[in-house]
Design a binder for this molecule. Sequence first.
Ligand SMILES: [Zn+2]
Ligand SMILES: [Zn+2]
Length: 498
Amino acid sequence: MTSDLNDSDLIPVSLHGNDVEPLPAAAVSDGEKSTCPPGEGESQAGEKAPAAAAAGTLHAPGDEEAPGEPDRNQPPDHSADCSSDVKGDRSIALQQKDGAQNSDKEDTGSGSGSGDRCADHESQLDWYCSTEDRLICSHCAATGTCKSHTATPVFKKAADMRNKLVDACEKLQLRAAGVERFVEETLLVKKQAALGSAAAARETLVQRFNLIREACESEEQRLLEVVHGEEELTQQAILTQRVHWAESLKHISAARGHLVQMLTERDDLQLVVLNKPQPLVEDAHSILEPQDSGKLNFNSGCVQSPLLLGMWATAALVCRAAPADLTFNDRTVSPLLGLSEDGRTLRFLPKRARQPCEYSPERFDKWPNALAGRSFSSGTHSWLVGVRGSGAFKLGVSSGRIERKGQGSEARLGYNPHSWVLSHYEGDFSFSHAGRHSSLSLLRGPATIGVLLDCQAGQLLFFDPESCSVLYSHHASFTESLYPAFAVADSSITLLSH
Ligand SMILES: [Zn+2]
Ligand SMILES: [Zn+2]
């Protein structure tokens, strides 16, 4: 007979933690067993139960009938066969059963009755065969069918299982403690941290916007003062001119009066005699023709502010909810280009993909150009163009008067007085108007270009929204309604919407 007690005996049952709930009495009594040094092993643990049984202290009064009545429900012959060798083991079995009863009444309650008896030996089923997973009697275990099986006294098996339950309870307890710790400590800390972080983020925002507001106000003040100074200078120049010309007018008037007097008061002889230079008249003649001067004009260029320009473009193209909602005007699109279904993407077509287009007087027939569907003559307008894929494009504005037919400069964007464009070609960026080109040195090609048009101030600005940097700014006096204008000679460009 082998015993599987070693496993259960080696499981440490630790119930010392204050945070661990009290466990059933049976589990605690099992816990006492664990005070044995683990090294004592199977044989000592196995001897314990018989030793306790021999002391005869575990007899329960209610079970006294058991030894006398094993034959009650069994055939008499079988009982006689077994009685001689069962006697000694019987008491052990009973005491072991008592131990089990003390620790857990439900177990013994369900286990009582005739079903508890071994069919072969009529003894109580107080052993467990783990090879067959069934209850057996001590005779089965010692000499019967389970002699070569792994058999354990039921109370040891139960203790083993209780130990496992205790173990599982402890694990759950630990897990519960972990969850509680997470809820009470970690979540609390997180909550505090979130409060702190939000407060810090708020403070940073407020500080920065205050700084921006202050910077804006002081820059506004500075620029207004610059304007005021320039206005004063101009007014002063005008006043000086007024004084000067009033004086001159007096000289001229005096000279003229003198001449009129000569005409009216002198006779022929006096006139002829007095025919010599008249100083007064000489003076008047020496007065120069009035001429316009730059000093008499207000210099709009006095307001130079990269800060204002950057913030203005950022506000218009990045912060504002929606730039102009544009599409390309299909009737202007060159036959070299394809227009997407939604009218927002313009694609340069390879030769084989080109198809004859319906004639339109608005259509560019030779240059790969297109205009947007609407034009602007007042106010400030902005739009965004995705240019990531294209290595050759132009974008800007054009008056409706630009030539549409032929391959001359009149129809080529940036090569005539009617169009202003930023162009990207062979890796270089430049601004072009009326055939004059200003090269731009950009560190990298933007993926998106924002265009900002202020009709009233006469300003056209190109902007990289990703880096919030001004690519180019151009001043002009726009007298006509302007269409957003585009050209693409490689891949595609797209009008972006928000
Ligand atoms: Zn048996
Ligand atoms: Zn067996």
